[in-house]
Design a protein around this ligand. Structure first.
Ligand code: C5P
Length: 404
């Protein structure tokens, strides 16, 4: 999608086994449109060669503060002035200690110190053995570099190269890419607590059967991701879907409409924005059998009765929290025709300030969609695009409508 188009990133590698992931990370950054200048410490070059990193970044790698290729012989100044961000991945325990002390006796730490900190942010992707990670000295140094305005990314948990298991693994390249994209996203939802419902619900008939629908959850998951990137604290209440949770989002899995309602009512109390993208089943079986309903060979079919499910969106929109204006509610409408008329009517019926219409058959399971936004002032179309793009546009539209 070229989400990093126009960004120039200095990718710094310090020593650690995780250097093998930096090759993949370099490719991923470039694939998203960034230009990447690799700088390696001497220790990093023990783990992966500058040749590999040069080939992947299509630029000569820098490794020495005495590099005479620069006309003024000041690679630390030149490299740091042209960057939109410096990303150290992997960032070793030793390198964190060096940053905490402001040391400058090799190129990478020198350029970190010499960078104009207000304009060129520093992102660190730590990677080390779990004992090194947990050591008070490392934690003390991390707190110091964070206070000095570095952004310290999380570490993963799992098997380590040394054979031990625990915290300290560098995030995977795809996760780091998500973090870099999120870092550059304008924080239009900073301070907001966003609650999103997504996916279908599953209404059980008996322990092995139930009623559900074709909602994939993609739109809701994309919205949750975009809201988090925009700086919100995000809770995603998801029906049964097989999608991975966006980074930094709290996900709560539910099954039925009633489960979803209970979870949403609980979480809505602290939320400032509620976005209902879930395709909630309108009805559920009136009774749920405790045991599997058996076919008895007589040819007789079971008779199923139904009761209507609660309307989660309307219930939340009528809660005191929303009525006093502390919770901005956004509904969705999946229609097959006359989108504007139906979306306008639905907005009034649900009592929400913003209703987002889409054509159901054209969106279920697809990666792209088109949206029609209806509010008190009229309507606006967001033309066909990927759900990722639409989610980002919708987040911007919601941010514009929030009370200042
Ligand atoms: O009434 P309809 O199902 O068309 O309304 C769609 C909107 O209402 C969506 O935002 C959907 O998430 C929400 N909804 C709900 N609870 C229901 C039915 C729909 O929250 N029981």
């Amino acid at each position: 999608m070229n989400e990093l188009a126009g960004k120039h990133i200095v990718l710094g590698l310090s020593g650690g086994v995780a250097c093998y992931k930096s090759a993949e990370l370099c490719r991923a950054l470039i694939k998203e449109g960034a230009t990447v200048q690799v700088v390696m410490t001497e220790a990093a070059a023990q783990f992966i060669t500058p040749v590999t990193m040069q080939a992947l970044s299509n630029r000569p790698v820098y490794g020495s503060q005495w590099d005479a290729r620069e006309a003024n012989n000041m690679p630390h100044i030149n490299l740091s002035r042209e960057a939109d961000a410096v990303l150290i991945a992997p960032c070793s325990a030793d390198f964190i200690a060096r940053l905490a002390q402001g040391r400058a006796d090799e190129l990478l730490s020198l350029l970190c110190l010499a960078r104009p900190a207000q304009q060129v942010p520093l992102l660190l992707a730590p990677a080390m053995n779990r004992e090194m990670w947990a050591h008070p000295a490392t934690q003390r140094n991390l707190a110091q570099v964070a206070q000095d305005s570095a952004t310290v990314l999380a570490v993963g948990n799992g098997d380590q190269a040394c054979g031990e298991t625990g915290d300290g693994r560098m995030l995977e390249p795809a996760e780091l890419l998500e973090e870099v994209i999120a870092f550059f996203t304008p924080k239009v939802l900073a301070g907001q607590k966003v609650l999103v419902t997504a996916g279908p619900t599953f209404e059980a008939i008996d322990p092995v059967r139930g009623i559900t629908n074709h909602s994939s959850g993609k739109m809701g998951f994309a919205i949750a991701r975009a809201a988090r990137e925009a700086g919100a604290e995000v809770t995603l209440v998801a029906g049964p879907v097989h999608l991975s949770t966006p980074r930094g989002v709290q996900r709560i899995n539910v099954q039925s409409a009633q489960n979803m309602l209970e979870t949403v009512m609980h979480k809505a109390q602290a939320a400032t924005v509620f976005i209902a993208t879930a395709a909630v089943a309108d009805w559920r079986p009136a009774t749920q059998a405790d045991q599997k309903i058996k076919k008895d060979g007589s040819g007789q079919t079971p008779v199923l009765g139904f009761v209507e499910n609660p309307d989660i969106l309307a219930t939340v929109a009528q809660s005191q929290h929303a009525l006093v204006g502390d919770l901005f509610c956004v509904g969705f409408a999946a229609e097959s025709h006359d989108l504007l008329a139906h979306a306008t009517a639905k907005r009034a019926r649900k009592g929400v300030p913003l209703l987002v219409g889409n054509i159901g058959p054209a969106t279920f399971g697809q990666d792209d969609n088109a949206l029609l936004l209806v509010d008190a002032h009229g309507h606006r179309e967001l033309p066909r695009a990927s759900k990722r793009t639409l989610a980002r546009q919708l987040v911007a539209e919601i941010a514009m409508r929030l009370p200042r």
